[in-house]
Design a protein. Sequence first.
Length: 168
Amino acid sequence: MTTARYQPASRKNIDRTADPYIPRKGTPSVGVCPLCHVICRKKRWYVDDAESAALLRSGAPRRRCPACCKIADGFPSGVLTLRGAFLHFHRAEILKIARNEEQRARGINPLERIMEIRDVDGCVELLTTDGKLAQRIGREIRKAFRGTVAYKWSEDADLVRVTWSRDA
């Protein structure tokens, strides 16, 4: 009798220390991203619209956040591939779940974003700035519509590939 080994797709499976876009040392001053208006203080990025507007008016240093740098360079950390016949009939609903999960994740970590949504060979690919976000979106779609989710970690490219599929 063979035993199946279960590898949970949790946040612990992804190593953020290898991400070249996240600096190891923090800067002593407060910075604001000029593109998305997130604030960096003590090596943490967070969202506060009122404070970012005040900091931009006062002349605080402008620094692009790691997510905006990844988007500009086209360097995703997670790829979620959606496929199957079910996708063609429920595409709008599935993408709405993905956008809702992105907004929920941005409330916790503003560096987790969907970079791009593209159609490739009858499939839909979502490129994310963080591999954990791709996993979360895949789990939420599986909860809502069933189907199967497969995870694959690429050690050399620091990329998480998540595939969701449902045929009928």
